[in-house]
Design a protein around this ligand. Structure first.
Ligand SMILES: C[S@@+](CC[C@H](N)C(=O)[O-])C[C@H]1O[C@@H](n2cnc3c(N)ncnc32)[C@H](O)[C@@H]1O
Length: 322
């Protein structure tokens, strides 16, 4: 059995279904199809004729999802694309509005456990690209970026002191021999952050996360994707859910949704400009946390939900904009 055939329980599925409240015939956009866990559950509610666009930039994930989506395939269009390109995808699909949209950020478990992808601590390669559409791999960055560039990347998740220590350890290690696998990288990070006075070995996870985010430009894409999905919702009735897994994703999504709910980019303490155009309203007082019964891999999730509202000045995507 390959990693992509794993049994799969999507995070916070019940909460997602409750907030989206899918109805028969409604149109779905799944920005991060993954293994199709959220998509299948939503498609069951929008049966028999609710169309869907399912996006994932990793072809291996979409291929695996297709097996699970068998019975719904006639009303589904899949796109091996970056979700930040949603406006172009909707044009191509001939879709003007969506009633439902979901974005479940980050990586999927099969990607994490596949040693060839190099996301985990035991990876045999050092790649970390979620898609061939993204630029240089972790191998290229770790082995060729200057020490100060490595430090800057690490600052995404590490303190200045940790960033300095890790960047310098990487620089020393690669001067002897190129760093070839994520297992080697994890070992270098662990050694670099080993503190003699307090002998606790920090997990290398957060430093590895910094490289993963940088390689895939995850935060830029997330911001563009969340804005695009909000603008794609049918005015006045569309609903969206976004699941984030760590504080950097959380902050980007919160800021993006707040901006769209205010309808302008100006600082929140200034009066609203006359052409402010709020396009969503939050469905929650604060982001939801998972219940105790969720899988350990879902414990860090924070869920955002919003509903679309009418605004005359809104940009229109899809065929309606031509
Ligand atoms: C947490 S998984 C989604 C799991 C899915 N909800 C399910 O139930 O199976 C995240 C997925 O998003 C995809 N992904 C991450 N960033 C993306 C981007 N910018 N564009 C398209 N897909 C992306 C990853 O390849 C991964 O398959």
């Amino acid at each position: 059995m390959s990693a992509y055939d794993l049994q799969h329980s999507p995070c916070m599925l019940q909460e997602t279904l409750q907030l989206l409240d899918p109805q028969p015939g409604e149109t779905l956009i799944d920005m991060t199809c993954g293994l199709g866990g959220h998509a299948v559950a939503i498609l069951e509610k929008t049966a028999d004729n609710g169309p869907a666009i399912l996006i994932d930039w990793d072809p291996a994930m979409l291929e695996a999802a297709r097996q699970r989506l068998q019975q719904h395939l006639p009303r589904v269009q899949t796109f091996t694309s970056n979700f930040a390109e949603l406006p172009q995808i909707m044009q191509q699909a001939g879709l003007q509005w969506a009633d439902l949209a979901v974005l479940d950020a980050g990586v999927a478990r099969p990607q994490l456990v596949d040693p060839e992808r190099g996301f985990g601590f035991e990876g045999s390669r050092l790649d970390m690209r979620m898609s061939e559409q993204v630029g240089p791999s972790a191998h290229e960055i770790i082995n060729t970026a200057s020490e100060s560039q490595l430090r800057q990347i690490l600052r995404l998740t590490q303190t200045p002191r940790e960033s300095r220590a890790i960047a310098s350890a990487i620089s020393r290690a690669r001067s002897r021999q190129a760093i070839a696998s994520s297992a080697e990288l994890a070992e270098i990070i662990t050694e670099a952050t080993f503190r003699r006075k307090r002998p606790t070995r920090r997990q290398p996870a957060s430093a590895m996360l910094a490289f993963r985010i940088y390689v895939n430009r995850e935060l830029d894409h997330l911001q563009a994707g969340v804005e695009a999905m909000a603008r794609a919702l049918r005015p006045g009735s569309g609903r969206m859910v976004v699941l984030t897994y760590h504080s950097l994703e959380f902050r980007i999504v919160r800021q993006t949704l707040e901006k769209l709910a205010r309808g302008h980019d100006a600082p929140p303490w200034l009066p609203d400009p006359p052409d402010a155009c709020p396009i969503i309203v939050s469905l929650l007082d604060k982001p939801l946390k998972p219940s105790q019964s969720e899988a350990p891999t879902c414990r860090s999730v924070r869920l955002f939900a919003a509903r679309s509202i009418e605004c005359e000045n809104r940009a229109v995507y899809g065929p309606g904009s031509q």
